[in-house]
Design a protein around this ligand. Structure first.
Ligand code: TGC
Ligand code: FAD
Length: 395
């Protein structure tokens, strides 16, 4: 065996710090199942979806069969897995594509979590089992075109008419919006923000797909229009009071992104490593040049550090001790790290790096959305800044 090959075999390039040695048997099994499913069933299809700017909604049922939708919730057909198992799942899905992780995040951590945490027994029984199986896709409508980072500025209104509720307004940038059977819609009423469970065949509800995205193309993003959308009294999420309710759902999805971003980064690193070992320039593999090795070494540092950070947050979450500002720190750090890795990896691949034949530019483009949604990097800096200074600088 060549010296270089011997040296390389001493480390696991996929998990340099042996972080997965901290996982229990169930978490390792879930990791392996999701990894195999992504590489065998999804990765062969992702480039085409990306090129077409779509995602086959039937994937939801496949993910449901694997028990990945709402997997960290208990009851109602949900698996009740650990937060770490859910994190590992997000990592492996996003190593495929951020759009896959987005589908699972929005379904399980936003739409299902909102019903599970704030819904009535009837709402839970009606929706959660079907959503867990992927037979009903959910979306989560908080953002509006003029109220993104500041959802308190939302203009969508809910007014009472007899015992009914009537919703009017427009939500924007809503993942899964036009493929959803059910929308969780947040709207302002006289007494504050309420959440509603809106079947998407309700008269007055419509969804229009956003076209022309250059990022997160293997994901459906939509505008939701609520035009005199009349709902029965029991569409209200009874336990959700005020803006804190939707914001608490965001913690769940942001936590998944902490892990997912490292999956995208790992995929970029692996692609750059493999390419650099095979590509020759000036009579040597480009991996043999110090400038390339500096890039690869920094990528390993970022992926390993981010992986450890994710595991620590997972352990805190499983112990019921995680705080929103810790999730913000994780999302901020890991998405920034992943973007850095993706951009650097792209340079290693030269011209090939800009094509769909390799995953790197796709991940780099996706991560621009991931940096923005679920709270922009600036918002998470302000959350961490608030936590350490005690001074809120959002306004
Ligand atoms: P503020 O006055 O600070 O808070 C209002 C109430 O909410 C509580 N709260 C939270 N509760 C739980 N978890 C959190 N992370 C919370 N953050 C705040 C807070 O305690 C308060 O409760 P109470 O009882 O005192 O009323 O609110 P603010 O208006 O000053 O805003 C704070 C800020 C900027 C942090 C918040 O607005 C924010 O997080 N903005 C970012 C919005 C955002 O992330 N939107 C994401 C939309 S969903 C999405 O992007 C899905 S992408 C899906 C995919 O993966 O494809
Ligand atoms: P803005 O809030 O207008 O921000 C623009 C810039 O100003 C950013 O850099 C921001 O950080 C900065 N800024 C804003 N306020 C401050 C401040 N106080 N201090 C300093 N800088 C500030 N939303 C949903 O509700 N559901 C979804 O399913 C969903 N899916 C999405 C999918 C995709 C692909 C994308 C791109 C977005 C999605 N979103 C969704 C919306 C997303 O959450 C918002 O885009 C995000 O919250 C930012 O809002 P904005 O785009 O309006 O930007």
């Amino acid at each position: 065996m060549a010296t270089a090959e011997r040296a390389r075999n001493r480390v696991d390039t996929r998990d340099f710090l042996s972080v997965d040695g901290q996982l229990n048997d169930e978490e390792l099994m879930i990791r392996d199942n999701v990894r195999t499913f992504v590489s065998a069933e999804l990765l062969p299809r992702v480039p085409e979806w990306y090129e077409l700017g779509t995602l086959d909604p039937a994937v939801a049922r496949e993910l449901g069969k694997l028990g990945l939708l709402g997997m960290h919730l208990t009851g109602y057909g949900c698996a009740g897995s650990s937060a770490v198992a859910y994190g590992v799942t997000c990592l492996e899905l996003e190593a495929g594509d951020s759009g896959l992780r987005s589908l699972v995040s929005v379904q399980g951590s936003l739409a299902m979590f909102a019903i599970w945490r704030y819904g009535s027994d009837e709402q839970k029984n009606e929706w959660l089992p079907r959503m867990a199986r992927g037979e009903a896709i959910g979306c989560f409508g908080l953002t509006e075109s003029d109220a993104g980072s500041d959802p308190a500025a939302m203009r969508t209104v809910a007014r009472r008419d007899g015992s009914d509720w009537v919703l009017d307004g427009t939500k924007m940038w809503i993942t899964n919006g036009s493929i959803a059977e059910v929308a969780i819609v947040w709207a302002r009423a006289n007494e504050g923000v309420h959440g509603f469970v809106v079947p998407t065949d309700t008269p007055g509800f419509s969804a229009n797909e956003v076209k022309g995205k250059l990022s997160l193309r293997a994901s459906v993003t939509s505008e939701l229009v609520l035009d005199g959308c009349r709902l029965p009294a029991d569409a209200l999420l009874p336990q959700a009071q005020g803006l804190g309710a939707p914001l608490s759902c965001l913690n769940e999805a942001r936590y998944g992104i902490v892990w997912g971003a490292i999956g995208a980064a790992r995929s970029c690193f692996e692609s750059a490593l493999e390419y650099s070992l095979g590509r020759e320039a000036f009579d040597k593999p480009i991996a043999a040049y110090q400038l390339t090795q500096a890039k690869l070494a920094q990528m390993v540092v970022e992926v390993s550090r981010g992986h450890l950070l994710a595991l620590q947050l997972g352990r805190l979450k499983d112990a019921g001790q995680i705080r929103p500002e810790q999730v913000s720190l994780g999302k901020l750090a890991n998405v920034n790290a992943a973007l850095g890795v993706a951009r650097e990896a792209r340079t290693v691949l030269g011209a090939n790096g800009i094509t769909l034949e390799y995953p790197v530019m796709r991940h780099a483009n996706n991560l621009e959305s991931v940096l923005t949604y679920e709270g922009t990097a600036e918002i998470h800096k302000l959350v961490v800044g608030n936590a350490v200074t005690g001074i809120a600088a959002f306004r």
